[in-house]
Design a protein around this ligand. Structure first.
Ligand code: HEC
Ligand code: HEC
Ligand code: HEC
Ligand code: HEC
Length: 191
């Protein structure tokens, strides 16, 4: 009995060292979990990860300015498709878990024909997303405030200084198909 009592007493008034040890263990556990979690977030942001299921698209992108250009700056899949902001990133990753279902269960785009059929639907989802967030992912690299109009072609300046500057239109309203082949655009509004 005495031992139990002593045990409880110790628990209720733990020594400073014990408290320190417990806190430290909690902290290290937290770090480990945090590390593993963020490693997972990173691993699912690589091009290799996306290529596993989107091989046709990876092939196309090699011919565009976002793969190779005079400045040597590359945009990879996640630069355009996964938010940088932490909370938005988590939300997007959770949404993306339905892609797993579409890949393994319903197999919506596992053949070229099926992908072709479904492409305009998927593109529209992406345009919608980008319109909603004012093309945030483009803006992570292309900052309107630092666009030097004197370096741009007249066609660009005309549009950028009007519809873009006023906020009436966002990047993807005018720049569709910059990284991929466009889907069949018949019946797509405003095109
Ligand atoms: C396990 C396979 C798999 C992986 C890995 C994967 N995707 Fe997908 N993704 C799919 C499937 C399947 C669809 C089609 C979903 C549908 O038919 O509704 C899709 C659809 C999309 C779409 C269309 C928009 C939408 O909301 O459906 C985008 C954009 C996309 N994926 C980007 C990515 C990016 C970027 C990565 C890497 C960070 C990635 N995917 C990794 C299987 C995958
Ligand atoms: C990771 C950074 C990055 C992201 C994200 C990005 N871009 Fe770019 N973009 C570049 C670079 C680098 C170039 C090439 C610059 C040069 O000419 O050297 C470029 C070029 C362009 C061009 C010029 C095309 C041409 O033929 O000269 C357009 C238009 C463009 N981007 C639009 C977009 C849009 C729209 C988005 C969002 C969907 C986007 N970019 C996302 C880095 C990025
Ligand atoms: C109202 C339509 C419109 C909007 C909105 C728009 N652009 Fe453009 N942009 C154009 C046109 C038109 C061109 C010229 C294309 C050409 O001549 O082939 C252009 C050209 C460019 C170029 C190449 C510039 C040059 O002259 O070398 C870049 C980079 C670019 N846009 C990025 C963006 C980004 C990033 C956004 C969003 C922040 C954006 N644009 C929004 C219409 C637009
Ligand atoms: C420079 C930005 C940019 C990069 C880099 C990029 N995408 Fe996209 N992606 C877009 C835009 C914008 C759309 C909407 C359709 C369009 O305009 O082509 C799109 C659409 C898609 C779609 C829907 C189907 C379709 O073809 O429209 C899928 C799937 C997709 N992207 C996957 C990927 C994968 C996988 C990678 C990497 C290999 C990648 N994207 C790289 C900007 C980008």
């Amino acid at each position: 009995m005495n031992i139990i009592k002593a045990f409880w007493r110790r628990l209720r008034s733990p020594s400073k060292v014990a408290v320190g040890v417990v806190l430290l263990m909690g902290f290290m556990g937290g770090l480990l979990f945090w590390g593993a979690f963020n490693t997972g977030m990173e691993a699912t942001n690589t091009e290799e990860f996306c290529s596993g299921c989107h091989a046709p698209i990876v092939k196309e992108i090699r011919e565009t300015v976002h793969f190779s250009n005079r400045s040597g700056v590359r945009a990879i899949c996640s630069d355009c498709h996964v938010p940088h902001n932490w909370t938005d990133k988590i939300v997007r990753k959770v949404q993306a878990s339905k892609e797993l279902f579409a890949h393994y269960v319903t197999k919506t785009i596992d053949t070229e024909e099926k992908f072709k059929e479904r492409r305009s639907h998927l593109a529209e989802r992406e345009w919608h997303r980008m319109k909603e967030n004012n093309s945030q992912e483009c803006r992570n690299c292309h900052n309107f405030d630092y666009m030097d109009f004197s370096e741009q072609g007249p066609r660009s300046v005309k549009q950028h200084s009007t519809a873009l500057a006023s906020g009436e239109k966002t990047c993807v309203d005018c720049h569709k198909g910059i990284a991929h082949k466009l889907p069949d655009m018949q019946g797509i509004e405003g095109w």
